[in-house]
Write a protein that binds this ligand. Structure first.
Ligand code: HEC
Length: 133
């Protein structure tokens, strides 16, 4: 086989693997809540306080992520922003609480707290889609 063709095949299959690694079936996400005026302070922070800040707050900052202020939440962690403003379906934060994609990224981690309800995931989605204010 011609080496150019061989490298081309290798290239295409490695791109395929990379895509697969971050593959999330967004059709499985619960729909965004229809609530309007969703705000970090009143709607989202209480959810984070209940199930996230013990690992992402003042005491511990797992993956260098803090969720105890709006600013820190938008900044993201060691892998960059976890909130894609106005695009909740693409936001890693939403995938994590909806328990979609890689099991290692589910939040709270398995056995470390109650999984979020569809309603709470929907509220997080509405917040992001409305501009994450
Ligand atoms: C028991 C501790 C613990 C709790 C509770 C927890 N996390 Fe995490 N979180 C981790 C650890 C550990 C990592 C790093 C995982 C890894 O590197 O594979 C992480 C990573 C993350 C990341 C990826 C950050 C990045 O940029 O790499 C996000 C997003 C996240 N957590 C969100 C949440 C949310 C939202 C909650 C609450 C629903 C939560 N976590 C609750 C321990 C926790």
């Amino acid at each position: 086989m011609n080496t150019k063709i061989l490298f081309c095949i290798l290239g295409v299959s490695s791109v395929g693997l990379l895509l697969q690694a971050s593959d999330v079936d967004i059709s499985k996400l619960p729909p965004p809540s229809t609530k309007t005026g969703v705000k970090y302070e009143t709607d989202i922070k209480p959810l984070f306080e209940k199930s996230c800040v013990k690992c992402h707050g003042t005491e511990k900052q797992k993956a260098k992520l803090r969720l105890d202020s709006l600013e820190a939440t938008l900044k993201g962690g060691e892998n960059g922003p976890d909130v894609i403003i106005k695009n909740s379906a693409k936001s890693p934060l939403v995938h994590a609480v909806a328990r979609l994609g890689d099991e290692d990224d589910f939040m709270p981690p398995k056995g470390k707290g109650e999984p979020w309800s569809k309603e709470d995931v929907g509220l997080l989605r509405a917040w992001i889609d409305q501009g994450a204010k």
